[in-house]
Design a protein around this ligand. Structure first.
Ligand code: AVI
Length: 326
């Protein structure tokens, strides 16, 4: 079975409307805020690839270490019985890490269907083609759209056990309250026996964490500033990128690693017919990349109603993939 299902063909303008509303709401709030979910236009995707290749950005290598070198352990945690199941990946992208797990499961003759969910139909087509070539025996059903909408779709397609992958510490881009709501929503969209595997970036030496986001070549700064370019292009705004500067913080007590853009002068920015005023040194809150302690992960699990199955850490013990069950 090889399918690509999409829920997006009719929603082009709705997407822009949502973007416009979020941007205007965020920039008229106090403090000003933009959502990092909008970082990922074409250029943003490319800059994120550059970030993942930076020596300072350890997260990708740590989780790759788990998927490459502890594949059998991972497989054991997600496959309980012999029945076929659906392996659903939220925000699959190029599935670079999960491909190691897919290959292992296929080679072991374990019956499952891989269902990558992504907002980008283009990314899904490229992934589909790549997996067809590399793993011709893999069953794939690609789901293009928002996570929860596509989880409903997946549930309507089969009543097999579901295993959800949410990798890369994407959970860290939500504040703790949002992460709790997100996990609780996942729980209520699953049924008894279903599992989730979530990648968490762990607290560690604060210098290591800050360096991963405050890189000397300014790649993370470009990643942040690119959202202003996107607003200029899509919402006909006139941000002067020279007048904003990236500022990164890490609080080792709370584990919140946060990025901001600082306005370098008093200025006004026009977004369509809205004029937004910035004071010199005023901040735009751009992104949180939350780092977790083992206790915080446990708290998130219990608050969202999951049982623990197990967890796997990379060899440096900097990152953990935790598996929970409904
Ligand atoms: C996608 N996400 C988990 C990345 C992170 O580490 O928070 C995004 C990122 N932002 C700056 N560098 C990487």
């Amino acid at each position: 079975m090889n399918l690509q299902l999409n829920a997006h063909s009719k929603v082009g303008n709705t997407q822009t409307d949502g973007f416009r509303q979020d941007v205007l709401e965020g920039l008229t709030a106090n403090p000003k805020k933009l959502s990092s979910k909008y970082f990922y236009d074409k250029t943003g995707d490319r800059i994120f690839q550059e970030i993942m290749a930076m020596p300072e950005y350890y997260l990708t290598q740590c989780e790759l270490d788990i998927f490459k070198n502890k594949t059998a352990d991972l497989a054991r945690l997600i496959t309980s019985e012999k029945e076929p199941f659906d392996l659903i990946e939220l925000g699959a992208g190029d599935a670079m890490k999960s491909t190691f797990l897919l290959r292992y499961l296929v080679e072991k003759g374990i019956k499952f269907t891989y269902m990558p969910i992504d907002i980008s139909g283009n990314i899904l087509s490229v992934l589909h083609e790549k997996l067809n070539k590399e793993l011709p025996d893999l069953d794939i059903v690609s789901l293009e759209g928002e996570y929860f909408e596509m989880l409903h779709k997946a549930a309507s397609l089969s009543d097999r056990r579901k295993v959800i992958l949410f990798l890369g510490s994407n959970i860290g881009n939500m504040d703790i309250g949002e992460a709790e709501n997100f996990c609780a929503d996942l729980n209520s969209n699953l049924v008894s026996g279903d599992r989730i595997l979530i990648g968490f970036d762990l607290k560690k030496n604060p210098h290591t964490i800050l360096n991963a986001y405050n890189d000397p070549n300014g790649i993370t700064a470009r990643f942040n500033l690119n959202l202003l370019t996107r607003i200029n292009r899509e919402l006909h705004a006139d941000f002067d990128l020279e007048q904003f500067r990236h500022y990164q913080t890490y609080d080792p007590i709370t584990g919140a690693c946060k990025s901001y853009l600082v306005s370098l002068k008093d200025q006004k920015v026009l977004i369509e017919d809205h004029s937004i005023s910035f004071k010199e040194n005023e901040l735009i809150d751009m992104e949180i990349s939350q780092k977790f302690s083992a206790e915080k992960i446990e708290e998130l699990r219990t608050k969202s109603g999951f049982e623990t199955v197990g967890e796997i850490r990379d060899s440096k013990k900097w990152f953990v993939d935790a598996v929970w069950q409904v």
